[in-house]
Design a protein around this ligand. Structure first.
Ligand code: SF4
Length: 427
């Protein structure tokens, strides 16, 4: 169930129907002001709405004063074990305090922090982690870890309510994806406060991104979760932000920059699409419009599956087609596909109109019709072999292809994208 209540961290609304907020955490020593501010600038540039910094010592609180002043996005102070540091972080101007009421030294110390937070108007995130449940829940944790996590979270919420404090969000985190899903589902039925979602210690860029996409994606698709952090074992916090955005974009919860869709390639591919897609992805990073760009490895299925894309390319051996919203725009030589695609995207970025040259569009449509006609029947291995044999006779086409492959830079190496066993080579 979606949260009913809304809080504000700095100027950023969280919960109560606000867009899902992307946050990350710096990995630098907070007291190292330059390194921390450099990382904050990078994560803000990558699209973080909020950033969290660890505050384990007094020197980190000192740095926090400057960080709060200079950061382009709100700053959350992450506190464990020491309620005095939490109070000092509030006094330093932190936009939010994250603490686990279970490890801060008892309800009296939580009450002291809450009193100062109320005075300063500082919201809090109260968290429960699967590794740090209160002792009285350890037996329940052994029997039913989801129940134990939710019980701990509800107890902390009740403590806040007894202290007449409602300016907080709640997180339940676990390294276990099914437990994270089940406990957040259950918690969302029990409380109306905003929920922060994350998978604890999710892992490397590869495994951590997948676990987070599965766990957080499942909850977000159900409408549960108001702010997310992807925890990845990388020093580059901006990677966490990029993954968070991809999850939100995939669920169409928020828009940020272009969406690239690309076919997985198969035995029909006859050009170095891996290099082309990598180049397109790199160039698209410079664009802010939420356009959809499609890359199809061949035109045997027409452009039907990508007909919703704002722009797309489909390639053949030495020619390709630029298309837009299901209609051909121009046929171009293979080596010009990427440059011409970006010419069209740039024209659109300026005029917000798709520029169609009727003659070129007709030529492109003719080319596409020919490819589709050639592939009207199911593509049997025999037919593929026949096509390959015909193509092999076309020495001129092969020579052109070699020239094309040599001229386009930069190309992926064999380690990144092997060509062995595929229908093209990479010079
Ligand atoms: S678009 Fe063509 S190359 Fe790509 S997966 Fe489909 S059939 Fe294969």
């Amino acid at each position: 169930m979606a949260s009913k209540r809304q809080i504000h961290v700095g100027g950023v609304p969280i919960g109560g129907g606000a867009p899902v907020v992307v946050q990350t955490m710096t990995k630098t020593e907070t007291a190292n002001l330059k390194a921390t501010m450099d990382q904050i600038m990078r994560v803000a540039e990558a699209g973080a709405d909020i950033v969290r910094v660890a505050v384990p010592r007094d020197e980190d609180v000192e740095a926090l004063r400057t960080i709060v002043r200079e950061s382009p996005i709100p700053v959350i102070a992450d506190i464990h074990f020491n309620h005095t540091l939490a109070i000092k972080a509030i006094d330093a101007g932190a936009h939010c305090i994250r603490l686990n009421p279970g490890n801060i030294g008892g309800p009296d110390k939580v009450a002291e922090v809450v009193a100062r937070a109320k005075q300063a108007g500082t919201p809090m995130r109260i968290g429960v982690n699967s590794g740090s449940l209160p002792k009285h829940l350890h037996e329940l944790e052994r029997e039913n870890s989801v129940e134990a996590l939710v019980t701990a979270a509800v107890e902390f919420v009740e403590l806040m309510e007894r202290l007449e404090f409602g300016d907080f969000k709640v997180s339940i985190k676990s390294t276990n994806v099914p437990n994270t899903i089940a406990s957040n589902r259950l918690l969302s039925e029990k409380i109306g406060y905003p929920l922060h979602l994350g998978i604890t210690e999710a892992g490397t860029r590869w495994t951590g991104s997948l676990k987070s996409a599965v766990g957080l994606g499942t909850l977000l698709a159900d409408g549960i979760g108001d702010t997310i952090r992807i925890s990845l074992s990388t020093f580059h916090a901006e990677e966490e932000v990029k993954v968070a955005w991809e999850i939100l974009k995939a669920l169409q919860l928020r828009e940020r920059g272009p969406v690239l869709i690309a076919c997985p390639t198969c035995g029909r591919l006859q050009f170095d699409m891996d290099t082309v897609v990598t180049e397109i992805e790199r160039r698209l990073e410079a664009y802010a419009d939420p356009i959809e760009v499609a890359v199809l490895g061949c035109a045997v299925n027409g452009i039907g599956e990508a007909s919703h894309a704002d722009f797309g390319i489909t390639g053949a051996k030495n020619e390709g087609l630029i298309f837009s919203r299901g209609k051909p725009l121009r046929k171009v030589p293979q080596d010009q596909l990427v440059d011409v695609l970006f010419e069209e995207i740039d024209k659109y970025a300026t005029s917000k109109k798709i520029d169609v040259d009727d003659a070129q569009a007709a030529e492109g449509a003719q080319w596409l019709a020919r490819i589709e006609a050639e592939n009207a029947d199911e593509l049997t291995p025999e037919r593929l072999a026949a096509m390959e044999a015909a193509a092999a006779d076309d020495a001129e086409a092969d020579a052109a292809l070699v020239t094309v492959l040599k001229s386009a830079q930069p190309r992926l190496g064999e380690d990144a994208s092997p060509t062995a066993g595929r229908r093209f080579t990479r010079a």
